[in-house]
Design a protein around this ligand. Structure first.
Ligand SMILES: [Zn+2]
Length: 315
């Protein structure tokens, strides 16, 4: 994938890991590449992440959202849940490994476990595919992406929400937007956790004192604006950048970290601390297997990208 005339990618390190019965090896490589700049570098988009919809955008994007800006949540885990439950039941009925007594798993257990792992891999791959398509679509169109600083780990403690939230992959969306905006010279703006994106009117700026979660439509008493709750929130996020407003940080700028006193943000982002500069080599970490050029899967299922190794041979 390296452009003609540039240096070939240099492998810096490799990490092997075993996950759900498959082996993966990820390479950290240094590549020289210039990602195309966003189609609309001057524009910003507000992204409101949710559960009923994976995301709501302030501006509808063809092929990504419907005409109102909603990105459907595919809920892969829910769809697979029935089959997963059945597969897990079969695994637990069979004679599995026991570290205490040193018992080896039966062949029937291995087989059942393999079937369950296949299902889990499928859910994980579908989820990853969907999130990558969304984040690539956003960063290739808009120069600035604005998201809320959601307290994901706190929300995961809510037992009712946890599974749906983890399935929607909020944390992953934010991580991908962070490095993809950087690659393209755009920026990710993270709104303060206490920014009233839902309670504020995107038309006149009036802030409601209360807006319970079950109220799905935003109705402004000041200017009579009626809008979907999440669309209103997304518009507020987009406006936050246009008016140069009160967000607490620009994630693409390593000097300005998101800060609200709660938890210090990781100082070094996953893909390296440098801003994008097409003329300098970029160090790309693919430790969690999301960089198309460098992700290699040695297992039975091979990722769709550039180099893949199957049974030890490079295809
Ligand atoms: Zn209003």
């Amino acid at each position: 994938m390296a452009a003609a005339g540039s240096r070939p990618p240099r492998v810096l390190s490799a990490t092997v890991r075993f996950e759900r019965g498959r082996w993966f090896v990820s390479f950290q490589v240094e590549v020289q590449r210039a990602d195309p700049v966003p189609a609309r570098p001057g524009e910003s988009v507000g992204v409101d992440l949710g559960i009923s919809h994976l995301a709501v955008l302030s501006t509808p994007v063809p092929d990504v959202t419907d005409e109102n800006g909603f990105v459907a949540n595919p809920r892969h885990l829910d769809a697979a849940q029935k089959r997963l439950r059945r597969a897990s039941r079969r695994v637990s009925r069979r004679c599995g490994p026991d570290t205490r007594t040193g018992r080896k798993p039966s062949n029937r257990w291995r087989k059942a476990n393999h079937d369950r792992n296949r299902l889990l891999h499928r859910v994980a791959n579908l989820r990853r595919d969907g999130l990558h398509k969304l984040t690539t679509a956003l960063t290739s169109r808009f120069g600035t992406v604005v998201v809320e600083d959601l307290n994901v780990s706190g929300m995961l403690k809510n037992r009712r929400l946890a599974r749906h939230l983890a399935d929607a992959g909020f944390g992953e969306v934010r991580r991908q937007l962070d490095y993809k905006t950087r690659w393209r010279g755009g920026r990710l703006h993270v709104a303060d956790r206490w920014f009233p994106s839902s309670k504020m009117c995107s038309g006149c700026g009036a802030v409601k004192a209360k807006l319970p979660l079950r109220v799905r439509a935003f109705h402004c008493e000041q200017c009579d604006l009626v809008l979907d709750r999440d669309v209103n929130a997304a518009c507020n996020l987009a406006r936050l950048v246009q008016v140069g407003g009160s967000g607490t940080g620009v994630a693409a700028d390593p000097d300005t970290q998101v800060s609200n006193g709660r938890r210090s943000r990781r100082k070094t982002p996953p893909c390296g601390a440098d801003g994008v500069d097409a003329s300098t080599p970029q160090r790309v970490s693919a430790s969690d297997g999301d960089h198309p050029l460098v992700t290699v899967d040695c297992g039975a299922g091979v990722l769709t990208h550039a180099h893949s190794i199957r049974n030890g041979s490079v295809e």
